[in-house]
Every structure is written in structure tokens, then in C-alpha cells.
Design a protein around this ligand. Structure first.
Ligand code: CO
Length: 305
């Protein structure tokens, strides 16, 4: 869904991340959701939750909106706003009368309304192109707000892979011998694509019958099929390793077209089931994002000390 973008952006990001108060070195993400840090007596605080967006309204409600509500519930002292990064999704929804801001517009609004402390929490999975573009936007707004921090995406360090795997484990269908789960991740040309093979390695370490492939990156489906055959798997359940079960999940994964993963795996002799469930449908995943927003907030407090 994301076009080839100027890779120079990535080089600029280390600096911008620091300017934006990126919480990458902040404390444990787990302690973040425990206590809300009030924006301060004089300041007005807001949390801007940023996602790619989806035009599939049912999954939007069950994943993105549900996660936004979870974050709002965790930090009631803050104003809560939404922004999407996909211009296409924003335009499609606008035609249906649903207005969603892009990041620059949302930040402009917060500035105009006098907010002084802003925490931007992305609902992205990996620190890829969109996350780095978000850091650039945040960098531009740095002078506008007294305090500005950007939270981490879901997969942002070794421990975060284990956190996600542990959160996913109880939600997976029971697998008898010869059965497995195949996750469809998005994938990217960005270096952050390394998250997907890392996720595979972590599932392997935990001894789970889970395989990870991507639509637009590495590993690709043929490599997944090779491993499934090597391991004697005959039946698979397909699940999106994406925040929402949108276009990729409905078409590329579970669609009836010849080249969908369901069709290809069926032709390869596997029994295939599909579950159209975005990661955002899992309350424990929403908790992880709420904790990341808390960690970003905590980084603002640390900056004052
Ligand atoms: Co895409």
C-alpha cells in the first residue's frame, strides 16, 4: 500500500527521532499504562493516535477505534484525537461522510486549540517507511509544542517480539500434529522488514506451529510453503499479522482469486481455513499500544528531570 519513497528520509530520522522525543530508550513499556501522567496544571495535553487507516468500516471499528478507546481509557487526562497516514483511505472515507485528519492537519488543529503537550502514538507494527515519515512530521511540529513525544510501533525491540508472540499464543486456533497457523504480514522494501523473519524466529523459539509470510516483503509465500512441506503440515489457518483485516486480508489472503494465499495453498494440497481477524481485535494487543503511549509520556517526564 505504500509506494517507493525517498530513502533519504530514513537517514534523517535518527536526528528527528531525538528531536521528537522518541521513547526508544524509555523505561519498560509495561509500566506505561499503569499510571497516567497528567499534562500539568498549566498545560493542555493530547494524544494523537496515528494509523494507516482502512476503508473497511467494520474492521476499523473493531481494531483501530477499539485501540483508540483503550488508549483514551488509560489516559483520561488527555484529549484524544485520530489521524490516518493513508491519503487514499482518508479520501474514500470522506466520500462516505467520515472525516479523518492526516497527521499534519491533526497537529495543526491541536496547535490552534492551544495544546502544549502532545503524544503521538502510532498503531503501526514496524518502524518502517510510514513510521519514519511520522517522525519527520513530528520533527516539523517540534517547535510548535512545548512537549512532543512519539511512541514506538508494536515491534520495536527484541523484547517486543516476545511480548507480541505471548499475547498471540492464547488467541491461536488449537493445532493438532500436521496443522499450523500461517500469518500474513504486510512486508516492506524498508530495512524494518527484518521484523518479519525475526517474528518467525521468535515463534520457533517458543515452539509454536506458526509460520510468517508477507505480501510485499520477505519471507514470501513460496518460502513459507517450502517450510510447511518440510515440517509435514497438511492443514493451515491463515491469519493477518496486521492491525486491521482490510484489503490485504480480504483479498490477498482470503480472496477467491487464483493468486490469493488461500487459493495457492489449496492448489498446493493444503486444507485451508481463514480467520479475518486484525491484531487490533485482541485486547492484549491494545494494551501493548496503550503501554507504548505511556512510555512516550514517561519520556517527557524524564526529559524534565
Ligand atoms: Co499494502
Amino acid at each position: 500500500m505504500i509506494g517507493k519513497k525517498n530513502l533519504a528520509i530514513a537517514a534523517a530520522c535518527a536526528t528527528v527521532a531525538m528531536l521528537a522525543g522518541c521513547a526508544s530508550t524509555g523505561g519498560s513499556a509495561k509500566d506505561g499504562a499503569a499510571g497516567s501522567v497528567a499534562p500539568g496544571a498549566s498545560g493542555k495535553g493530547a494524544i494523537l493516535v496515528v494509523s494507516f487507516g482502512t476503508s473497511y468500516e467494520e474492521t476499523l471499528e473493531k481494531t483501530i477505534a477499539a485501540t483508540e478507546r483503550r488508549i483514551a481509557e488509560a489516559y483520561p487526562d488527555y484529549e484524544h484525537r485520530r489521524a490516518f497516514t493513508s491519503g487514499i483511505v482518508i479520501r474514500v472515507l470522506a466520500k462516505r461522510g467520515i472525516k479523518v485528519d492526516d497527521v499534519a492537519t491533526a497537529l495543526g488543529r491541536l496547535r490552534d486549540e492551544g495544546f502544549t503537550r502532545v503524544v503521538i502514538q502510532p498503531l503501526h507494527l514496524i518502524p518502517g517507511v510510514e513510521y519514519h515519515e511520522l517522525l519527520v512530521e513530528a520533527g516539523k511540529a517540534r517547535a510548535t509544542f512545548a512537549e512532543l513525544a512519539v511512541g514506538e510501533p508494536l515491534l520495536s525491540g527484541p523484547e517486543s517480539f516476545f511480548e507480541l508472540a505471548r499475547v498471540l499464543e492464547p488467541s491461536l486456533p488449537a493445532c493438532a500434529p500436521g496443522e499450523a497457523v500461517v500469518f500474513m504480514g504486510h512486508g516492506t522494501h524498508h530495512a524494518a522488514n527484518a521484523a518479519y523473519p525475526t517474528m518467525q524466529r521468535v515463534f520457533d523459539d517458543l515452539g509454536l506451529p506458526v509460520y510468517v509470510g508477507t505480501v510485499e516483503g520477505y519471507p514470501e509465500l513460496p518460502g513459507v510453503i517450502r517450510l510447511l512441506k518440510r515440517d509435514g503440515v497438511r492443514k493451515v489457518t491463515l491469519l493477518p499479522l496486521m492491525m486491521v483485516a482490510g484489503d490485504h486480508a480480504n483479498n490477498d489472503m482470503a480472496g477467491d482469486e487464483d493468486d490469493s494465499w488461500k487459493s495457492v495453498l489449496t492448489r498446493e494440497g493444503f486444507e485451508v481455513e481463514c480467520a479475518l481477524r486484525g491484531l487490533g481485535e485482541l485486547p492484549a494487543v491494545r494494551d501493548l499500544y496503550a503501554a507504548k503511549a505511556g512510555a512516550a509520556m514517561g519520556s517527557l517526564e524524564e526529559a524534565k528531570e
